[in-house]
Design a protein. Structure first.
Length: 278
């Protein structure tokens, strides 16, 4: 019975096509892997030339290589005659299930990617994130670390950061110090204004351009209010604010200018007083 079998014909009929497909699949996989590595290296070099963050470069390189290798694997399986449609559908369904289960984590992940890509702030910046102010210690994929002025460490989910207003106080080299000082209505307005201007101009940390502003801003219920707005380097903001506030109080006292405080005068009619006494 075995003598009647034509081994050569069977090999040509069954083995040759599969061997060719297997060989082509191996070639596709090897060539595709080489191409994926090459394209990934190109992407890394482009990001390095643009001086992007190292974490962003590593993340983009990993994602790029994974996606390219996935396409290579699908192409190799197709060459073997395997129907990859059901495999892709299965992977999609599994991805959807995982996405629903990890919705909050994926939201933080997506926000972390956006923060790294667009870089609204960097490590070392003094910022206000999700209503909290501090210095950025680290920007992660899922959360960022903030150090407050009293040396507390705050870990904030990236989703909360990207979904709220981001204030970066270190983004510009200069800042304007906004201050308001009030004097009594009986005090000399011109003397007070000139005194405030002299205090600001005497401080070497105050920039001449833009020119500091000293002006009457409001005739309030209990005081005449001045706005004082000098421009300083960002690093000098708090020292200038604190020192100026102290100097204004000392100079006002030395020149007899009073800083009023809210008060209320109560007038009782004489008839009401007589009724109370009776």
């Amino acid at each position: 019975m075995f003598e009647d079998l034509n081994i050569e014909a069977m090999a040509d009929t069954y083995l040759a096509p599969y061997a060719a497909n297997i060989a082509l699949a191996i070639v596709i996989f090897i060539a595709g892997k080489w191409l994926a590595n090459t394209l990934t290296n190109v992407v890394v070099k482009l990001l390095q030339k643009s001086k992007r963050d190292d974490m962003l470069i590593s993340f983009v390189a990993s994602i790029t290589k994974t996606i390219l290798l996935l396409f290579v694997a699908i192409a190799a399986l197709n060459q073997l005659g395997i129907d990859t449609t059901s495999l892709i559908a299965l992977l999609g369904a599994a991805g959807l299930a995982v996405g629903l289960a990890l919705q909050n984590s994926l939201q933080n992940f997506a926000a972390g990617v956006m923060l790294i890509v667009f870089s609204p702030f960097k490590a070392g910046d003094f910022v206000e994130l999700a209503g909290v102010a501090g210095v950025v210690e680290n920007i992660g994929i899922f959360s960022s670390v903030l150090r407050t002025g009293d040396n507390r460490e705050l870990i904030i989910p990236n989703g909360s950061i990207y979904g709220s207003i981001i204030i970066n106080y270190s983004a510009r080299s200069t800042r304007r110090v906004d201050m308001v000082f009030g004097i009594d209505y009986d005090d000399d307005l011109r003397v007070a204004k000139e005194l405030l201007r002299s205090i600001i101009l005497a401080d070497d940390r105050v920039l001449s351009d833009p020119e500091p502003v000293v002006a009457v801003s409001e005739l309030a219920d209990f005081s005449v209010n001045f706005i004082v707005r000098p421009w300083v380097k960002s690093a000098d903001y708090w020292p200038v604010l604190w020192d100026t506030t102290e100097k204004v109080k000392l100079e006002f006292d030395a020149h007899g200018l009073s800083i009023p405080y809210p008060q209320m005068d109560i007038h009782i009619p004489k008839r009401a007083m007589d009724t109370t006494e009776n």
